[in-house]
Structures are given as structure tokens and as C-alpha cells.
Design a protein around this ligand. Structure first.
Ligand code: ZN
Length: 150
């Protein structure tokens, strides 16, 4: 498991250093802010939704490595997905970071998101990992008020 953990660590460091889809979107169909006051993470998630499909997603903001890498990976994974698929992925990711997944097969189904499996050992970091996803879900529901993990 330690080689796997190192690989996971690498994925998180890479996405923290070079976050994907890290930009403001001027013509977003939905913009939602998310805050994790416990750690000081704050991000804005921009969506361009056409019909039922997330055509484009981007984010900007600042926070710890876990929160930024999570937002970066999320943006890559949900782009091109339907709203329902994105919400289903959120539920899977939530199970992952809260330690509800126990088998390697379940981890494999999540692709690079599995990099966050180790977060379940650190309850204080779960909110960091989940912040972008909460914000995404609120954006998909067209909620206007900022999201907070508290
Ligand atoms: Zn954080």
C-alpha cells in the first residue's frame, strides 16, 4: 500500500502545483462560491451547463493542497458528464473520503479520484477534500448563496 500512497501523494502534489481548469469563466451559466472556514479554503466554481450536460467547468480561489488538488481533479472528471453522473460521482467521492470504501475494486472505479483515499485517515481534512464537490452540487442546483462546510 505504501507505493500506492506515494503515487496518490504525487497526484495531489501535481494538481496542487498545476491546477487544471484554474481560471475565471466570464460566460458561466452558474457561479457558486464555497468556503471551508475550518481550514480557510475558499473557491468559486464556474459551470457552463447546456441541457443536462456540463460543457465546461473551471474554478478559482485559494486553499490548502488537498482542497486545491480536489477541485482540480473534480473539474477534469465531471467535464462532459451529465448532472446526474456528476452527482453520482460526488456520492462515490464522499464515501471514499469518509472511509466507506474498503475494497481495491471500489477504488479502481474512481480512477485518479482514488488519490484521496488516504484523506479518510485525517477527519479534519475531509472537509478540504469535499469542499469543491459541495460547491459543484450547489451550482448544479442553481443555488445562489455561498456554500459552507460548517
Ligand atoms: Zn483545507
Amino acid at each position: 500500500m505504501s507505493a500506492l500512497r506515494e503515487l496518490y501523494q504525487e497526484v495531489i502534489l501535481d494538481h496542487n502545483k498545476s491546477p487544471r481548469n484554474f481560471r475565471r469563466m466570464e460566460d458561466a451559466s452558474q457561479t457558486t462560491e464555497g468556503n471551508n472556514p475550518l481550514c480557510g479554503d475558499h473557491y468559486t466554481v464556474y459551470l457552463k451547463v447546456e441541457g443536462d450536460v456540463i460543457r465546461d467547468i473551471s474554478f478559482e480561489g485559494a486553499g490548502c493542497a488537498i482542497s486545491k488538488a480536489s477541485a482540480s481533479l473534480m473539474s477534469g472528471v465531471v467535464k462532459g458528464k451529465t448532472r446526474a453522473d456528476a452527482v453520482a460521482l460526488f456520492e462515490q467521492f464522499h464515501k471514499l473520503v469518509t472511509g466507506e470504501f474498503t475494497s481495491v475494486a471500489q477504488l479502481n472505479g474512481l480512477g485518479k479520484l482514488a488519490a484521496f483515499a488516504g484523506v479518510s485517515d485525517y477527519p479534519a481534512r475531509v472537509k478540504c477534500a469535499i469542499l469543491a464537490w459541495h460547491t459543484l452540487r450547489a451550482a448544479l442546483e442553481s443555488r445562489k448563496e455561498p456554500v459552507t462546510t460548517e
